[in-house]
Design a protein around this ligand. Structure first.
Ligand code: FAD
Ligand code: FES
Length: 282
């Protein structure tokens, strides 16, 4: 039996992080009473790449990935782009307001497969959100052989996770690529697209990456995946996070149907081999 009832969460803080986007911290509410130990324990099992349903009472629900996984106080992070009714209502909330959440849901990134591997991570626009916690986790555990990150966006106004990217730069090669560099004085920003930058990044690996993680616009992911396959990387070594409209998030309603799979329970992370088979992208 599925528990579809949201648990209360508190808006802890937020800051503007790119055009129409905010980075939020939430915390499970009521834990100080000690009655919600099971809830805390379930949320603490969240994995990088999984998602939760944010519930705004009287408005609706929408899925979001974790930029920071729930800690021992039940605090977690999410990058939210204002799109429609749920996100608009969230942007109206103040620090301290109580809203709701259900989760964690879905299949996270293949963390175990990353140990001692050469990993390339590619995030496009808001697609950096489901990759943030995996990058933090890898930097913290150092459980990889090589890690390089490409972050691509359209222009300086749409750059996101600015504080996190500034921190990552101290630990790993981070290639920021912006289509329109007007207003950007930082020489560390490349002008162009993911596809234009891939030869430089792959050359810097010295050899092929063992594993690729990607999230962002589907056209970008498809073009990059095809380039990487032509470069010799196996389709099942390329992992993508994809988005579909969701309602139940537990495999009941069929809103996120993808051939014979559900994005909410079989994903949102899939290999490129799977996606090609389901013809989900392109
Ligand atoms: C697994 C998953 C993880 C996600 N993680 C994040 C995240 O970390 N940060 C973030 O900002 N967003 C994320 N999203 C997207 C977010 O859930 C949607 O933007 C959501 O619809 C916003 O709700 P809303 O009520 O504000 O907008 P809505 O009223 O639902 O939508 C506003 C407009 O956006 C369009 N739209 C919404 N969702 C989609 C979609 N999936 N595909 C195509 N068009 C769409 C609608 O058709 C409508 O025109 C994620 C989605 C999924 C499935
Ligand atoms: S959202 Fe209902 S089946 Fe996936």
């Amino acid at each position: 039996m599925f528990n579809m009832t949201p648990v209360p969460i508190e808006v802890v803080d937020f800051y503007d992080d790119g055009q129409d986007t905010r980075h939020y911290h939430f915390r499970l509410h009521g834990l100080e009473n000690g009655v919600e130990k099971e809830t805390l324990s379930a949320w603490q099992k969240a994995q990088s790449g999984q998602f939760f349903m944010l519930s705004l009472p009287g408005v609706g629900e929408a899925p979001f990935t974790f930029t920071e996984l729930p800690n021992e106080q039940g605090k977690f992070g999410a990058l939210v782009r204002q799109m429609g009714s749920v996100t608009h209502a969230l942007f109206e909330c103040a620090v301290g307001d109580i809203i709701g959440a259900r989760g964690p849901f879905g299949k996270g990134w293949p963390m175990a497969a990353m140990a001692d591997q050469r990993i390339l991570i590619i995030g496009g626009g808001c697609g950096i959100a489901p990759l943030a916690s995996v990058i933090n986790e890898l930097i913290e555990t150092q459980n990889y052989r090589q890690l390089e990150v490409i972050y691509a966006t359209r222009n300086s106004a749409t750059l996101m996770l600015n504080p996190e990217r500034a921190r990552w730069r101290h630990f790993i090669p981070l290639f920021n690529v912006v289509e329109d560099t007007a207003g950007l004085s930082d020489p560390d920003y490349y002008q162009g697209t993911v596809l234009g930058l891939l030869p430089t990044v792959l050359h810097s690996f010295g050899t092929q990456p063992d594993l690729v993680l990607m999230a962002g616009p589907e056209a970008m992911m498809e073009a990059a995946a095809e380039y990487l396959v032509a470069y010799g990387i196996q389709p099942d070594a390329i992992n993508l996070s994809i988005e579909r409209r969701m309602h139940c998030a537990v495999g009941l309603c069929g809103h996120c149907y993808l051939q014979d799979r559900y994005v909410c329970t079989d994903g949102p992370t899939f290999t490129w081999a799977d996606i090609r088979q389901y013809q989900a992208v392109g």
